[in-house]
Design a protein around this ligand. Structure first.
Ligand SMILES: [Zn+2]
Length: 193
């Protein structure tokens, strides 16, 4: 049985008027992280970044991976999460600890922002200027420009002191990705299961 928690985000920024509703699904099936810790992470994002995202779904049986298995030749067994473009949803696979799941959520949010929230000029700047021949924040960031962005986004949210070592990427996150002066917003949970 699904248990859905609805996260209402009320932004104080005039350009972000209106409420964002994001579903946090099935996190009652695990005991590693409290749902409020996930909400705390989402509060650190700009409300603009969350807009349009439908759901963050915990998928302990990796059921949501099946459609991808059909579409691609293989899916790496180590996959910790995915952003599902056709559903505008983030899916989270089984994880070892609290830090890992927070990183996976932040990383997948980074993919959402890269695909839907960066304008083409900023996306091009990351791909052609920030990424090539640059120092990477993690090994996984070496995969390609999109993974480099997702990893850098996650570090900006969760481990900013480490990203500061990569000054150009930190500045890009601070000035271009989280650029809006007032990103404060409130989040409230409604358990609707
Ligand atoms: Zn990724």
């Amino acid at each position: 049985m699904r248990r859905i928690i609805q996260l209402d985000v009320a932004s104080k920024h005039p350009s972000e008027a209106g409420k964002i509703q994001l579903l946090l699904t099935n996190f009652h099936l695990q005991a590693t992280i409290d749902i409020n810790d996930i909400v705390a992470l989402l509060k650190k994002c700009s409300a603009f970044h969350l807009e349009g995202l439908q759901e963050i779904l915990y998928d302990p049986l990796r059921e949501m991976q099946q459609p991808l298995l059909q579409a691609r030749r293989y899916v790496p067994a180590h996959l910790k999460g995915q952003y599902l473009l056709h559903l505008h949803a983030i899916v989270i696979y089984p994880f070892e600890n609290r830090q890992e799941v927070l990183h996976t959520i932040a990383h997948e949010l980074g993919h959402y922002v890269f695909l839907h929230k960066l304008d083409s000029t900023l996306r091009k700047a990351w791909v052609t200027e920030l990424y090539p021949d640059s120092e990477k924040i993690s090994n996984y960031a070496r995969t390609n420009a999109a993974e480099d962005f997702a990893e850098s986004y996650a570090y900006f949210l969760l481990r900013p002191a480490e990203l500061k070592r990569l000054a150009a990427k930190y500045a890009f996150m601070q000035q271009s990705v989280f650029r809006k002066p007032d990103t404060t917003h409130s989040c409230s949970l409604h358990i609707t299961a």
